[in-house]
Design a protein around this ligand. Sequence first.
Ligand SMILES: [Zn+2]
Length: 88
Amino acid sequence: MENQATRAALIPKVYCSIFGHDYHVTKKVTKHVKEYTCRHCGKQLTTTSDGSLVELTPKFKEINLILERIYLAKTKRLKRKTITSSIY
Ligand SMILES: [Zn+2]
């Protein structure tokens, strides 16, 4: 079996500039915002609030953490509300 990490290290970043990045979702922040990482060079992208893809900078990582917290709090509240309304 091929080791992903070793393979990524052996293939130069030139690969991506020729064949394009091979992004896969590494984290679901909210329903609409996701983080992506390239399988070959490890470059990270994120969706922004307006739906475009940008490079995942430390600033965006911070924003995503806050977004995730808000999203989780919201979904938790919604679940609690559903349970309460089904009791009464
Ligand atoms: Zn790449």
